[in-house]
Design a protein around this ligand. Structure first.
Ligand code: CA
Length: 180
């Protein structure tokens, strides 16, 4: 079993998935997120289809674990089973998870870094409209020339989802706890 600290972070992450706030995490949440994202991102029709497919893939693989909906208990169990079975593979899985979402979706213009606009866009697509909190979270990465290197953002989310060590600084956890 992963320790309580890591489990508590998986639960924090899970609170994000009910995008449409109906008390369930299912395909309607994916629909809601990708529709909002497409609306706000001003993508070409071709890119819109691609990003929409990427959202589907990402949710199915990393959030739903191939199921059609998921409860918090199921999510924690699946994460924990994978973690227990092979920590190295679990680490790799989370690395791929955040490489995929950050490189293929969040980094809209494929510059290798995440601007404040790109950052805020994702939060808004998830129904988080407190831009002050998003900006505070963005600044906690100490952006360089107004952007966060994608790798720094990927690393922070991998720490958030894999580290059992509460003495390791965790800016994603802090952002969740600040009410983001
Ligand atoms: Ca929902």
């Amino acid at each position: 079993m992963a320790n309580d600290y890591l489990v508590s972070k998986w639960k924090l992450w899970y609170t994000w998935f009910d995008i449409n706030k109906d008390g369930k995490v299912d395909h309607d949440d994916v629909q809601s997120e990708k529709t909002k994202f497409a609306e706000l991102s001003h993508l070409s029709e071709e890119d819109r289809v691609k990003v929409s497919d990427n959202w589907e893939k990402w949710w199915n693989e990393y959030i739903f674990w191939g199921k059609s909906s998921i409860t918090e208990a199921e999510f924690v169990e699946l994460m924990n089973n994978a973690f227990k079975e092979n920590r190295e593979n679990f680490q790799k899985r989370m690395q791929s998870c955040f490489e995929f979402v950050i490189n293929e979706i969040v980094d809209n213009d494929k510059s290798g870094s995440i601007s404040l606009d790109e950052f805020v866009l994702v939060f808004k697509s998830c129904g988080h409209n407190n831009t002050d909190l998003d900006k505070k979270f963005f600044d906690s990465y100490n952006p360089i020339d107004g952007a966060i290197p994608s790798k720094a953002m990927i690393d922070s989310w991998v720490v958030f989802t894999t580290s059992e060590d509460s003495s390791v600084s965790d800016i994603v956890k802090e952002a969740f706890e600040s009410g983001m």
